[in-house]
Design a binder for this molecule. Structure first.
Ligand SMILES: C[S@@+](CC[C@H](N)C(=O)[O-])C[C@H]1O[C@@H](n2cnc3c(N)ncnc32)[C@H](O)[C@@H]1O
Length: 250
């Protein structure tokens, strides 16, 4: 189901995605012109959708941490690369914050299909930032190694391990993603190893800036990057930023 525009980088295999959703006990189908993922007992129209269109339609406050981080790139050349595309909300914020190419990787076929569908709907709705977004189905670390252009910014948002001190359920999209990706039992140590691999790949790709989004209590793993250059924290999230290359040393 490739869109009419040319920005769908790696065609998303909808047959494989539907089968993968069914294996996880879920339904993936088009409802009212949009692809959605839901439990069989949920009503059609009430499922989880890709978030590129909805994020671009919503007005984001100018102080949004990710917007500030993208604005801070100034003239640093290169694309923004989102290693953990998910449903695409962060990808959309980055695309709206700067007139740059934004590449989103997503390795899960169902999530990639939702991500691409959100991008396609946004392009069809005439939302310009979406025309600069490319969705790549596959492993981000391998993709980053293949791409010869050093990114201006690499974004990392690994799936959170369950919050220990809270009994509140995460929002529905996050619950569906967690069960689809079998992340309920993931440990902090496993997420740390994942984060290290992402940080190393971003460093080796020559990223100008690297941003890691994690809960405020999560440990930032020690790597050859050293400590973050600066951090922006809210009650629920923390963005750790490594500044690697300014515009004038590019
Ligand atoms: C927390 S979600 C990202 C949410 C996203 N920032 C958003 O705004 O919707 C993490 C996503 O990264 C994907 N992912 C994790 N490791 C990956 C890898 N090595 N390559 C590509 N995608 C990956 C997972 O499948 C999951 O969908």
């Amino acid at each position: 189901m490739a869109g009419p525009d040319s920005n769908q980088a790696d065609p998303v295999d909808h047959g494989a995605a539907i089968e993968s959703a069914a294996t996880a006990g879920m339904v993936l189908e088009m409802v009212d012109g949009g692809l959605e993922l839901r439990l069989p007992e949920e009503r059609p129209g009430g499922g989880v959708r890709g978030e590129i269109e909805s994020t671009l339609v919503r007005r984001l406050e100018s102080g949004h941490p990710l917007r500030r981080i993208v604005h801070g790139l100034a003239e640093t050349p290169g694309p923004v690369v989102d290693l953990t595309g998910g449903l695409g909300a962060d990808t959309a914020v980055a695309a709206a914050a700067a007139d740059r190419r934004v590449i989103a990787f997503e390795r899960h076929p169902v999530v990639a299909a939702l991500l691409e569908d959100g991008r396609r709907r946004a392009v069809a709705a005439g939302l310009e930032p979406a025309t600069r977004i490319e969705v790549h189905l596959g492993d981000a670390i391998e993709g980053l190694r293949r791409d010869a252009i050093p990114p201006a910014l690499v974004m990392i948002d690994p799936m959170f391990p369950p919050r220990r001190k809270s009994s509140a359920l995460p929002p529905k999209p996050m619950q569906r993603l967690r069960s689809l990706l079998h992340r309920e039992g993931v440990t902090e140590t496993e997420v740390d190893a994942e984060v290290r691999a992402f940080l190393l790949a971003a460093e080796q790709a020559g990223a100008g800036r690297i941003v890691l989004k994690r809960p405020p209590e999560a440990i930032v793993p020690e790597t050859s990057l050293g400590p973050p250059t600066f951090e922006i924290s809210t009650k629920l999230l923390r963005w750790s930023v490594w500044e690697r290359r300014a515009a004038n040393d590019a």
